[in-house]
Design a protein around this ligand. Sequence first.
Ligand code: NAD
Length: 260
Amino acid sequence: MTARSLQGKTALVTGSTSGIGLGIALSLARQGANIVLNGFGDVEGPKAEVAAHGVKVLYHGADMSKPAEIEDLMKQAAATFGRVDILVNNAGIQHVANVESFPVEKWDAIIAINLTSAFHTTRLAMPAMKAANWGRIINVASAHGLVASAQKSAYVASKHGIVGFTKSVALETATTGVTSNAICPGWVLTPLVQKQVDARAAANGQTNEEAKNELLGEKQPSLQFTTPEELGELAVFLCSPAGNNVRGVAWQVDGGWTAQ
Ligand code: NAD
């Protein structure tokens, strides 16, 4: 068996029971990293998929909108594996509505889960990363961290916020072995996006296929969905020695969305 590049490292991926988070967890596990999984829904399936790569897996069900639960997650990860070397802040939710009818509790939840949770995990992971003089913070932002769409005010605010947060942390750690970067996907066909496809199909009397094509056609010039596997491999690159001096970037994987 060939040496795996992340053997002996531990990666915590928030919101990794599904979609992009699971894709990133699997890519990091393929390189030998032990994985801390987090998120809701089916847990046993994702755990088995990750463990199949011959790594150790810990699951913690912290609700990422709750600081006390995040503290417990970070404590248990450190108690099990010593420290978190790779922190992937990925948990995220969406809600689509005009600003005047945007439910206040949805705004609060989106900011808490998509943005504030990354502050808590980062502040708690940082001391051990700095002490080891090695760490990787990878924030899953979005094309919506760079440009806006109508009816997504909370999401766009949270994603612009996390891009700014990524840069500040990158500057604070610039002379250390810790890096902080953001990944900005365009459309990825996960449950989060399938909900938007379903809503569009229902509203316009379209098939699933028609709604997907229209969604891509409006924003993503490649007319192809980005995949969780592609994002996972970008995370592996950012964790490699070639990523040592990649700091504070917001790296689009968006089929040309933000090039327009
Ligand atoms: P998804 O719905 O498939 O997965 C979201 C994950 O977050 C799940 O594991 C879910 O259980 C978890 N989660 C949700 N609320 C949580 C909470 N309160 N506490 C803990 N875990 C929670 O969505 P996805 O598309 O894979 O999205 C992952 C990230 O990628 C999000 O930050 C999203 O904004 C971002 N993103 C997605 C797309 C896309 O097109 N799908 C594009 C750009 C960015």
